[in-house]
Design a protein around this ligand. Structure first.
Ligand code: MLT
Length: 409
């Protein structure tokens, strides 16, 4: 008799975005003639950059000839990609990262979800609230979250980020061992300045806290004072793991490529207090459970760092950020309070007249055929908000705003 991992039984029956997909399918069946505009899940819509396509075609050709064929690659990623990452994402910002500190993977969702494999089951956890649900659910699966009481896990410290504190999290009220930070933030689309992030790094250094820093949306940053990497903050290499992704940077949500940086100087501890290199533990885990991102994908990812690739990728990001501006202006014209969207592809909208997130979600779906994501799905402090993404086409974005404006009148 195979016993199951009982922790899975504590999870809600399905993942937030699967729940929403079910609701959309029901709506489609009952309203077959409605044109749905999807601003719910943060999935990209614009094609890959031509430089990426050319590089991937060439990589296919490499695999067609005996001389250039590749089988298993290094689990941690080919050096051509790792070197391009270091040069462009770190050296260019004055950060020194060694090749053996970078682990190429198939996604930041996988990496943020799997990182708990190398951490003890009874670490206490801090999350900013609202939060990307993967951080919570993957810890529930590991048995790290305690029990659910009034919609909150007992071993998680929820650090509220709402309009009341300008979406800047306060230091936690009780001890935590590991902390998830995502900036630019999913779901609120807000950011932390260097000074605000430094407060967290200093806190982590003083209290032996491990920061799990998800920077999947850094390519959307427009303002100079906002850090792209946590390693821009002095001392962060001692306390932080950084997750990056090509999904939103270069439209790889379907292609799948990301990387995680684990500095050599970052340590966890054994129960008896001995230091243990997290880089070494993750390398062991990665080489055991992962066989590398495909050669074709890594060649495509490398191409975003070529001069033409950089221009093309930036043009797509500008396209989405123009959507974000159109949305922010449109939503404000409807007298809705909107946050985020200036340095991130997400807009965080306060629900009108204090209605709940799900009520607003249903209203937009059933009255305007627009899909958002209810803020409460991201955590208790998300109640009373709804997230919209700027990843749609320009036509859909404009059409959604015009539907909203007519509805608001
Ligand atoms: C989101 O909508 O929050 C993201 O697309 C989910 C993800 O990146 O996995």
């Amino acid at each position: 008799m195979a016993l199951v991992n009982e922790h899975y039984l504590k999870l809600q029956s399905s993942y937030l975005f699967s729940d929403i997909a079910k609701k959309i399918n029901t709506f489609k069946v009952t309203h077959p003639n409605k044109e749905i505009i999807r601003m719910g899940i943060g999935d990209v819509t614009q094609p890959l950059a031509p430089a990426v396509i050319t590089a991937m075609h060439k990589a296919v050709d490499d695999l067609a000839a005996r001389e250039t064929f590749r089988g298993y690659g290094p689990e941690q990623g080919y050096s051509f990609l790792v070197d391009a990452i270091i040069k462009n994402d770190y050296t260019a910002r004055g950060i020194t990262i060694e090749p053996s500190e970078v682990f190429v993977s198939d996604g930041a969702k996988s990496d943020t979800g799997n990182i708990g494999d190398i951490l003890r089951h009874d670490n206490s956890i801090g999350v900013t609230d609202p939060v990307y649900p993967v951080y919570i659910d993957s810890n529930v699966m590991a048995g790290r979250t305690g029990t659910m009481e009034n919609g909150r896990w007992s071993n998680i410290v929820y650090i509220p980020c709402t309009a009341e504190n300008d979406f800047v999290p306060d230091l936690p009220s009780r001890r935590i061992d590991m902390l998830y930070l995502c900036y630019p933030n999913n779901p609120t689309g807000t950011t932390l300045s260097k000074k605000e992030l430094k407060k967290w790094v200093d806190y982590a250094i003083a209290n032996d806290v491990l920061i799990l820093y998800d920077a999947a949306y850094e390519a959307y940053i427009q303002d100079d004072d906002i850090p792209h990497s946590i390693y821009e903050i002095k001392g962060a290499k001692k306390v932080a793991i950084e997750f990056r992704s090509f999904s939103k940077t270069a439209g790889f949500t379907g292609v799948r490529c990301a990387f995680t940086v684990i500095p050599k100087e970052l340590n966890g501890f054994s129960l008896t207090g001995e230091k243990a290199s997290l880089n070494r533990l993750w390398n062991r885990r990665h080489t055991t459970k992962f066989n590398g991102t495909s050669y074709i994908t890594q060649r495509g990812a490398e191409a975003i760092y070529t001069p033409e690739g950089k221009v093309q990728v930036k043009a797509t990001i500008d396209y989405y950020m123009t959507n974000a501006r159109i949305m922010k202006a449109g939503l404000q014209e409807c007298n809705l309070k909107v946050y985020g969207g200036d340095n991130a592809p997400y807009l965080w909208v306060k629900t009108p007249n204090g209605i709940t997130s799900w009520k607003f979600f249903d209203m937009l779906l059933y009255e305007l055929s627009i899909v958002g994501t209810p803020g409460v799905g991201f955590g208790p402090s998300g109640e009373g908000y709804l997230r919209l993404t700027a990843f749609g086409s320009r036509e859909d974005t404009q059409e959604a705003m015009s539907r909203l404006k007519s509805w608001a009148k």
